[in-house]
Design a protein around this ligand. Structure first.
Ligand code: ADP
Ligand code: MG
Length: 253
């Protein structure tokens, strides 16, 4: 059995009177791709934001690598190995692709993060290791071809891959992909599913939220389905496809 990386136990989140997540439990193992799907308003974003620490859950536990993290703010969760894709690509348009990816590795550095971006200081073993990992990630995500281009000059599809590369640079145990296929054209979606499989092959746990059903069904080992904040089904893509509660939830959209 692969090691359990993430365990969500009885998670609840209310916004005033609205119960956005009710008693949600599931787990993701190393090298497993878990899909999180559900109709609009079913609680997917709230789940991701609770996991990432954007806000705290009302109750319940989030266990990462055996350690409870639900009390931690966002940044320490990244340092512990839980990272998400966010829209950082446009934040530093003057950075090159490689510099942007290097910025993602900050959490793994003991030294000053800015020193890593501007390559100040010597070349300690630690820095060499980080540089090697950045090159590895640039190849993995197929961004090495454009590594020296400015972020502002690359296509929106390339920017989405850059977000994943930046998240990978943090050396995560678990990566949260929030609608990674949004805005991608057909051949980019194919590259994305190959990349998700490569990430899985490295033993990283992946939690992916996506509206693009074909992609979800292709890349996920298991899928959790939410409706009105509750888990209504969990299983393999084949099981989920033929699940009556799931079909009804989507028909009701
Ligand atoms: P999904 O991502 O699946 O579309 P959300 O997690 O965004 O669903 O929303 C789940 C429910 O929580 C919805 O009823 C939504 O209106 C409510 N909700 C989400 N965020 C907030 C918020 N910040 N304040 C109040 N209600 C919210
Ligand atoms: Mg959402």
């Amino acid at each position: 059995m692969a090691e359990t990386i993430l365990e969500v136990r009885n998670l609840h989140k209310s916004f005033g009177g609205v119960q956005a997540i009710r008693d949600l439990s599931f787990s993701v193992s190393a090298g497993e791709v878990m899909g999180l799907i559900g109709p609009n308003g079913s609680g997917k974003s709230t789940t991701v934001n609770s996991l990432a620490g954007l806000f705290s859950a009302t109750s319940g536990q989030i266990v990462l690598g055996g350690e409870e993290i639900q009390h931690l703010p966002e940044y320490p969760r990244v340092a512990k190995g839980l990272t998400r894709t966010f829209q950082t690509a446009s934040v530093f348009p003057e950075f090159t692709v490689r510099e942007q990816v290097r910025l993602g590795s900050n959490t793994t550095l003991k030294s000053n993060p800015l020193a890593s971006v501007f390559r100040l200081g010597g070349s300690s073993d630690e820095e060499k290791r980080v540089e090697a990992r950045i090159e590895d990630i640039l190849h993995l995500t197929d961004l090495h071809r454009i590594a020296d281009k400015k972020v502002s000059t690359i296509s929106s599809g390339e920017q989405r891959f850059l977000m994943i590369a930046t998240a990978l640079a943090a050396d995560p145990k678990l990566i949260l992909l929030d609608e990674p296929a949004a805005g991608l054209i057909s051949h980019e979606r194919k590259t994305l599913s190959e990349l998700i499989k490569l990430i899985r092959s490295r033993g990283i746990a992946v939690l992916v939220i996506e509206h693009h059903m074909a992609l979800i069904m292709e890349v996920c080992d298991r899928i959790v389905v939410l409706n009105f904040g509750s888990k209504i089904a969990e299983g393999t893509p084949t099981e989920i496809r033929s699940n009556k509660a799931v079909i009804d939830a989507y028909l009701g959209e």
